[in-house]
Ligand binder design. Structure first.
Ligand SMILES: [Zn+2]
Ligand SMILES: [Zn+2]
Ligand SMILES: [Zn+2]
Length: 256
């Protein structure tokens, strides 16, 4: 099971339009520090599950018929906007799994095109997708300004047992989500870490919180995503800061 981070930026991405901070300048000079909006793709047993749909070249990167399902964390525009053009494609329908959010985003429910919206996910209730009998997907609760959920992926075959978690957007982690993480001990957790310890935000984690999470589950690798230029600037300024060994700053195209 492989999780590729398609984007690791917060809603602003990097470089931020018009910003001349050190992080944005570095992103302009060195493309590896550019951050697309936050999304990922899980590759497992020859299938590809897209987590959120916002990549600027989504339809070039994934030819028709190669997205087996889409898993949405939530309906904020920066996580779903690529669906608006994808839906009118002439391609096989794509099942879309989603949180229980009756509003969705704009007219997506009314005019879904090739998107086959599934009944809302139930938090904590595992489900499977077509052609992947060995993969169990559990939607888990997150704390955000609208219904939002993370996903825990458990893969079990004769040859392999693996578990990964993808948890953005969130401020803190609800108890039920901790229980699931402790029970399945993921190899890696991709986690919302939008800000430096200097910023407290009611919808997103900062680095102090994530360091605390990584202490609580020390055998998992914690990969930061949804990163703002504010956090990147902080990490550049505090270059001597030693992150715990089980924390890794995410980059676009990183494979977990
Ligand atoms: Zn900046
Ligand atoms: Zn959001
Ligand atoms: Zn977001």
């Amino acid at each position: 099971m492989q999780l590729t981070l398609l984007g690791t930026g917060n809603v602003q991405g990097a470089p931020v339009y018009g910003c001349d901070c050190t992080a944005c300048q570095r992103a302009m000079d060195e493309p590896k520090w550019q951050r697309n909006l936050c999304s990922a793709v899980l590759s497992v047993a020859g299938q590809q599950l897209l987590i959120d749909a916002n990549h600027p070249a989504l339809m070039q990167r994934f030819a028709a018929g190669t997205i087996n399902a889409i898993l949405l964390t939530h309906f904020h525009m920066d996580h779903v906007h690529a669906l608006f053009s994808l839906r009118w494609g002439l391609a096989p329908t794509i099942p879309v799994y989603r949180p229980d959010d009756p509003q969705g985003c704009d007219d997506l429910y009314k005019h879904p095109g090739l998107l086959a919206f599934q009944p809302p996910n139930q938090l904590g209730a595992p489900f499977r997708v077509a052609n992947l009998p060995e993969l169990t997907i559990t939607p888990v609760a997150l704390n955000h300004s609208r219904p939002c959920q993370g996903y825990v992926f458990e893969y079990e075959s004769n040859q392999q047992r693996d578990c990964l978690a993808y948890l953005t957007d969130t401020q803190g982690l609800p108890d039920a989500t901790w229980q699931k993480l402790i029970q399945c001990a993921p190899r890696a957790v991709v986690i919302d870490c939008s800000y430096s310890p200097l910023v407290n935000n009611s919808n997103h984690n900062n680095l102090s919180q994530v360091i605390e999470f990584a202490r609580r589950l020390p055998d998992s690798l914690w990969v930061l995503t949804h990163i703002s230029h504010e956090l990147d600037s902080f990490l550049l300024r505090e270059a001597q800061l030693q992150l715990p060994p089980n924390i890794k700053v995410g980059l676009d195209d990183m494979v977990v």
